[in-house]
Design a protein. Structure first.
Length: 417
């Protein structure tokens, strides 16, 4: 509808003018409708694309072809690291992904764990993994490149091997024990034994009196000690049971039953709430060491921190979303409260505990938003870094500890009573 009005110009003449009676808000309404429609169509397109992605292939008896292609990429990264003397995660990855020596050790750890899982499922490939495992072991021990493998016995005899931090000791212990289990030689026996003794003593001290430590770091150490037992025939079951008893009695959140992440002993206190990335990490590394404890934490992680959007899912870092907190080194950048680290660790847990549906939901997230690049011979995720790629590969190649799955829904009903 158009409304015509008259007005007087500067020279006194009458001028006819017209103006629309439509309000500007109507145009804003149309634009909002178009925007909502566009978002709806984009969401529908993403869900349609995601529906064609399935994790079934990764639950077979053999390693899936895509996992082998991803292994090819990580093997190439190790080969380039041999030439440079260090792992270079800037090669082929997004430029915002930083890397420290601690995270480099974490990369070597998960890569070694991937090789161990593949060797368990396809034993005929184990011998081919020994060179890479030897390089990983030398890297976590920081052995100079000038020391040949034949000189390692004398090199270690002159030193007392003690790592600088608890988490790095756990990383080193895992790599050394995995190599021992596959290579079945004594090349790194001296530092492996020294490192294991240090970890056992450190965990005992933390349970007695320690001003601050991370429960997830100790989960890494416990898994390293468990692998050491598998490689040497020793047993530290008393330590495992003591750790579980202390955590259950003194450091569980009363509302959710989740393990506190940052804790202290004597006086007992928690310095942080249960973090999604810490719980996922703990359940992942304790799946073999303390299977009942790990399964319980996994079930509670799914119950209290999983968020589903259509046919995809993610895991939040905190119980409540804080829009002003962008994340940290452990959680990664947060989006709607969801942590890429916690989601990746839950991805591994879904495989370990046999939940194919949840595994597929997270696989869709990484396949759509992770920037996968496939060139026929290798697979990598551009928006991850080397450690992220290794964690995703571990989820794809790990053996199911519970082939029939874990009844998370039954656990939910139990908690609601």
């Amino acid at each position: 509808m158009v409304e015509c009005t008259g007005r007087t110009s500067g020279d006194g003449k009458k001028v006819l003018g017209c103006r629309s009676s439509r309000r500007p808000w109507r145009w804003l309404g149309y634009m909002a409708m178009l925007l909502v429609g566009g978002i709806t169509l984009a969401g529908a397109a993403l869900c349609l694309r995601a529906s064609f992605i399935s994790g079934r292939d990764y639950f077979g008896t053999r390693i899936a072809p895509d996992a082998n292609r991803q292994l090819t990429h990580l093997h190439g990264l190790v080969e380039r690291s041999r030439e440079k003397g260090r792992v270079d995660i800037m090669d082929g990855y997004s430029p915002y992904c930083g890397f420290s020596s601690e995270w480099a050790a974490a990369y070597y750890t998960f890569y070694s764990m991937c090789l161990y899982e593949i060797a368990q499922r396809e034993p005929e490939r184990a011998a081919g993994f020994i060179p890479d495992l030897t390089f990983c072991a030398r890297s976590v021990l920081r052995v100079p490149t000038g020391v040949a493998d034949g000189q390692l016995a004398g090199y270690f005899a002159d030193r007392s091997y003690v790592r600088g931090s608890a988490i790095q000791a756990g990383y080193a212990g895992i790599v050394l024990s995995v190599r021992k289990l596959i290579a079945k030689d004594s090349l790194f026996d001296v530092p492996m034994k020294q490192n294991n003794e240090c970890m056992v003593n450190h965990i005992g001290q933390c349970l007695d009196c320690m001003p601050q430590f991370w429960s997830s770091d100790q989960a890494t150490q416990l898994y390293a000690i468990w692998l050491y037992d598998q490689a040497t025939g020793e047993s530290h079951q008393d330590l495992f049971r003591r750790w579980e008893r202390v955590m259950r009695e003194r450091f569980m959140d009363r509302g959710t039953g989740l393990l506190y992440s940052n804790i202290a002993t004597k006086p007992d206190r928690h310095l942080d709430e249960p973090l999604g990335s810490s719980i996922g990490w703990t359940a992942l590394f304790l799946a073999d060491v303390l299977p009942e404890f790990a399964r319980d934490q996994y079930q509670r992680l799914c119950q209290y921190r999983e968020k589903r959007y259509f046919n995809m899912a993610g895991v939040t870092e905190f119980p409540k979303v804080n829009p002003f907190y962008a994340g940290d080194t452990d959680s990664g950048p947060l989006l709607l409260g969801m942590s890429p680290s916690a989601t990746g660790e839950a991805f591994c847990c879904h495989k370990l505990f046999g939940d194919q549906d949840r595994f597929t939901r997270i696989l869709r997230v990484f396949e759509i938003f992770g920037g996968p690049r496939r060139d026929g011979t290798s697979t990598t995720y551009y928006r991850a870094n080397a450690l992220g790629d290794a964690i995703l590969l571990y989820a794809k190649v790990a053996r199911c500890r519970y082939p029939n799955g874990v009844p998370v829904e039954a656990h939910d009903r139990h908690q609601q009573k």
